[in-house]
Design a binder for this molecule. Structure first.
Ligand SMILES: [Zn+2]
Length: 429
């Protein structure tokens, strides 16, 4: 018999979950499953030829159980710890044309909406993306996905939304679909045609255009197997799409078979938590301005809150009330929000910010960046923990304890020794 990979000799296997949990809510986010080596007895993992985890346990037990097996690759993880690959719950990775010039304006006090209303922000990126060829977009996307992989991310949620017209939105979705086939990272693909109201249109006109033209065109391509879309997103915000417009667009996406996963309560209170409860949304991102009744609604509906500490940091917004959400029983996930405004591809940094600025514990941050991000994307059956049957997506750190990944503020390449996707080494130091 043969298997793809044997990892042996580790000091910790941080499984996160060990009983098939599909999400961890509230107080359960504080408890993570860790298999600890003891008294010179190492711990290890076996990944099958098909790329899924077939065993997790003490090396002496795995050695006798797999004594007649051959392994394509054996990793000696002596003095190391093993974690699940990280899952980035929110990114906008398909664009060209950076916005470095806007950083100075923001540092001088301009708000997100000041820049947006002057034709910068998303509008600037939309112009660049409309003019870019699919190959240009693809090349920059692949560079970014590879950088994310080196930071330990093995699954990424990735949005369209810098086209706003049908042709460019489809171009972005095609670029994401190509990367899904060709890059080792797994992608959860989100159609976000309602990311902004295009210049020269009203929000009503943009909503009509999305409902009458864009969604039907994308649904048609999906039906012909030319595109694959997982989620529908809207920027529900004052001056962008209001609650009623957002509801209509999200319901049209749900009808197309996509999961509801939208931007809400970021800059102004928009009662998006309540809307998520009503629509039984899979996830809502941001939530800086969520209300208490919005939190209760999301606890009821089981909606995952995807928090983005980089956004509050860079825009100097108040942080989302992570403590209140977790203490009231919500499931919280994390995302980098990688986009031209928040240029961050590192989930270890995001976890660090979640601990310092959002007052989450390191365990909660790890849960949020693994099993709960998987839950937000409807992927918790396959990824998000080191358990038998899940994909062999692993992160091996050169440190004996996993907390170093969160404790270190930067230069995580110092401690990330291997990144493994489906049992294959996709990065090694
Ligand atoms: Zn976003």
């Amino acid at each position: 018999m043969a298997a793809l990979l044997r990892v042996r000799g580790a000091s910790q296997i941080v499984q996160v979950c060990a009983n098939g949990e599909k999400v961890l809510r509230g107080a359960a986010m504080k408890e993570i499953a860790v298999l600890e080596g003891e008294g010179g007895r190492g711990v290890g993992v076996v990944v099958s030829k098909a790329g899924s985890i077939t065993a997790v346990g003490y090396d002496d037990e795995l050695d006798s159980q797999y004594s007649n097996w051959s392994f394509n690759k054996v990793i000696d993880a002596n003095g190391c710890c093993v974690l699940p690959g990280l899952i980035d719950g929110h990114t906008h990775p398909v664009w060209v044309g950076d916005r470095v010039h806007e950083f100075a304006l923001k540092l001088a006090g301009a708000t997100y909406m000041d820049i947006h209303q002057q034709g910068g922000g998303i509008h600037y990126t939309v112009n660049c993306v409309r003019q870019a060829s699919p190959d240009q977009l693809y090349a920059s996307l692949i560079d970014r996905l590879s950088a994310m992989l080196r930071c330990g991310t093995t699954v990424v949620e990735a949005k369209s939304g810098y086209g706003l017209d049908t042709t460019t939105e489809i171009k972005m979705l095609q670029v994401l679909n190509r990367a899904r086939q060709e890059h080792p990272i797994s992608l959860s693909i989100t159609y976000c045609g309602a990311h902004a109201v295009p210049k020269g249109s009203s929000a009503e006109e943009a909503t009509d255009h999305i409902l009458q033209e864009q969604i039907p065109a994308i649904v048609e391509q999906c039906a012909q197997d030319q595109l694959h879309v997982d989620n529908i997103d809207v920027f529900c915000e004052k001056g962008v799409f209001d609650r009623n417009q957002s509801r209509e667009i999200l319901l049209a996406g749900k009808k197309a078979g996509w999961k509801i996963n939208f931007h809400g309560d970021e800059l102004h209170p928009m009662q998006c938590g309540e809307l998520a409860g009503e629509l039984e949304a899979d996830a809502v991102s941001h939530l800086e301005e969520v209300s208490d009744s919005g939190i209760s609604a999301m606890v009821q509906s089981g909606t995952v809150g995807i928090l983005l500490p980089t956004t509050a940091y860079i825009l100097r917004l108040k942080s989302p009330p992570a403590r209140k959400m977790i203490d009231q029983g919500m499931a919280v996930a994390l995302g980098s929000d990688f986009n031209p405004n928040a240029y961050c591809m590192s989930m270890p940094l995001v976890m660090h910010l979640a601990c310092v600025n959002l007052h989450m514990t390191m365990e909660e941050a790890l849960v949020a960046a693994t099993i709960n991000s998987a839950a937000a994307l409807g992927m918790a059956e396959d990824v998000g923990s080191i358990e038998v049957g899940k994909r062999g997506d692993l992160l091996i750190l050169s440190t004996a304890r996993w907390e170093h990944l969160v404790y270190q503020l930067a230069c995580h390449d110092q401690c990330i020794k291997y990144v493994i996707k489906d049992g294959n080494i996709v990065y090694s130091k």
